[in-house]
Design a protein around this ligand. Structure first.
Ligand code: URA
Length: 209
């Protein structure tokens, strides 16, 4: 069963509270989303495997633990996922980046991939899918489906704010995928916005309406 990890670090909670404030403008919003993404990446990578490597210090040679050649891929879901990308790359600079964009066909209601560019060696990579809002969960569910078709080694999902409805959708559709969120909110409203949430993450990041 997929695990849900809700971050309880005071720095994350404090920064997410400011992000939620409707008076926080795009510049500060972007900076805080970036910072929270970095702090979350620290937690999400906690299970990275280590190996012993011999290092020569100025004093002596000894064996030390280093990350065991783990190949990662960060996949922001367009467009709001881009707001979390740099924050993750700060901690995992060698990761490759894939982009995925989806829209819902108004006739068929099927998710259509309008943009997808992924690392060529995706089969050797552990993917971290990032998107600030897990609302209905439809977009993340479909994005993960598209990614699974390309056979990555593993997939994790990292969001800023999750609604219980979105968590349920992912857990039912992808019981093998663990979810990390900075906050678990109350519910969705009639327009599928998260309550209390932060409004439209893409608009708040980029100052659009
Ligand atoms: N997408 C957003 O940007 N905000 C929500 O509250 C729900 C979906």
């Amino acid at each position: 069963m997929s695990e849900l990890h809700v971050m309880d670090h005071p720095l994350i909670r404090h920064k997410v509270a400011i992000i939620r404030d409707k008076n926080t403008g795009p510049k500060e919003f972007r900076e805080l989303v970036d910072e929270v993404a970095t702090l979350m990446a620290y937690e999400v990578t906690r299970d990275m495997p280590l190996e012993e490597v011999e290092i020569e210090t100025p004093i002596t040679k000894d064996k030390f633990k280093m990350i065991a050649g783990k190949k990662m891929g960060i996949v922001p879901i367009l467009r709001a996922g881009l707001g979390m990308l740099d924050g993750v790359l700060k901690l995992i600079p060698a990761a490759r980046v894939g982009h995925i964009g989806l829209y819902r066909d108004p006739e068929t209601l099927e998710a259509v991939e309008y943009y997808c560019k992924l690392p060529t060696d995706i089969e050797e990579r552990d993917l971290l899918v990032v998107d600030p809002m897990l609302a209905t969960g439809n977009t993340a569910m479909e994005a993960i489906k598209f990614l699974k078709d390309r056979n990555p080694r593993s997939i994790k999902l990292m969001v800023l704010i999750a609604a219980p409805e979105g968590v349920k959708k992912i857990q039912e559709a992808h019981p093998d995928i663990d979810i990390w969120t900075a906050a678990l909110d109350e519910k969705l409203n009639d327009h599928a916005y998260i309550v209390p949430g932060l409004g439209d993450a893409g608009d708040r990041l980029y100052g659009t309406k």
